[in-house]
Design a protein around this ligand. Structure first.
Ligand SMILES: Cc1cc2nc3c(=O)[nH]c(=O)nc-3n(C[C@H](O)[C@H](O)[C@H](O)COP(=O)(O)O)c2cc1C
Length: 309
């Protein structure tokens, strides 16, 4: 996920409960092939030996750049390539990238062919269609004919963004289509799946090949845990401290990994007396030292208020 799943947060998630497959942040193929652009996105491709298998999630609209980047990604030791054909952001689709490619299958096909030239398994992450749910059959049939290793489907259209419930009702028909066109292509489903247990219900019911969890991780950093274990506020705070330590460690090596940490606070600071007040204070923190000091104060009882959030 953009601005979320860099090496730092992947380490945090892996510590909480490791997923079966890791994906990098969304990395631009045009930026990659230009020396200056590459400097800025180097951190996005940073990975560790213990992150296995790891798939590079890439986007763009020029087949030649996909080819170059795919060859390099193979040399860097990535285990696969995932092409973004699902992003709905105006800055991406207005240039014909991301889910803009749903409107241009000819180019989408050329991009997939180019990405295969690196020799790694190629996957596509997409949506059901651009404007209407009914587009799913034509668009997914096209993708299934591209001999992909995996097709990850966010069960919404571009137009729906994430504002409507995911169309889980289409899963049996999508699997039937896959069996008819490309029985060897794995189908990973995505959309409103909260955690491993919920994912396994889909597996038991439909025998999908993979489950992708996105926003679930913001509500439960232990979302990939195969066991349901009650967690305490201490468990969450420990994970937060691990996040801060890991962040400091990696930004010292790779400064482009620096980012605002605000979006992560709510993951760890909640269901505890004084959570709202602490989060409010944390927003003004300038660096991880200030964040640690505030947590320390909080644990000393200095920031407690009566409400529980
Ligand atoms: C902050 C954020 C960043 C995202 N970045 C990407 C991305 O870079 N590539 C992508 O394919 N999907 C991205 N998504 C979409 C998610 O991968 C996922 O398809 C969507 O949120 C629906 O799944 P969920 O209900 O499990 O969250 C992003 C979502 C969020 C909330």
């Amino acid at each position: 996920m953009e601005d979320v799943t860099d090496i730092v947060f992947r380490k945090v998630v892996a510590k909480a409960a490791k997923p079966d497959v890791f994906f990098t942040e969304f990395t631009n193929t045009d930026g990659y092939v230009h020396a200056k652009g590459y400097e800025a996105l180097r951190g996005r491709l940073m990975k560790d030996e213990d992150e296995k298998p790891i798939v590079a999630h890439i986007w763009g609209d020029k087949p030649e750049n996909f080819e170059k980047m795919s060859i390099d990604l193979a040399n860097m030791g990535f285990d696969g390539i995932d092409i973004n054909m699902g992003c709905p952001a105006p800055g991406v689709i207005n240039n014909g990238c991301g889910s803009g490619l749903i409107l241009n299958p000819n180019l989408a096909g050329k991009i997939i062919e180019a990405a295969k030239l690196g020799g790694l398994p190629v996957s596509v992450k997409t949506r059901l269609g651009f404007n209407e749910v009914e587009e799913w059959k034509i668009w997914l049939s096209f993708l299934l004919k591209q001999d992909l290793v995996n097709l990850s489907i966010h069960l919404r259209t571009t137009k729906e963004l994430s504002n409507y419930p995911a169309h889980w009702e289409l899963i049996p028909d999508i699997l039937k289509l896959r069996d008819e066109i490309a029985p060897n292509t794995l189908i990973t489903i995505n959309g409103d799946i909260k955690d491993y247990q919920m994912g396994m219900e889909f597996y038991d019911q439909y025998k999908v090949d993979g489950i992708m969890i996105g926003r679930g991780i913001f509500h439960n950093p232990f979302a990939f845990d195969k066991h349901v274990i009650p967690r305490t506020s201490e468990d969450y705070l420990d994970l937060f401290k691990y996040h801060l330590d890991t962040y400091d460690k990696y930004i010292a090596i790779e400064p482009t990994l620096q980012k605002k940490l605000q979006r992560f606070f709510k993951i760890y600071i909640r269901d505890i007396k004084g959570a709202a007040k602490l989060r409010l204070k944390l927003i003004d923190a300038e660096n991880t030292i200030e964040i640690r000091n505030l947590i320390h104060e909080f644990l000393q009882g200095n920031l407690i208020e009566d409400t529980v959030e």
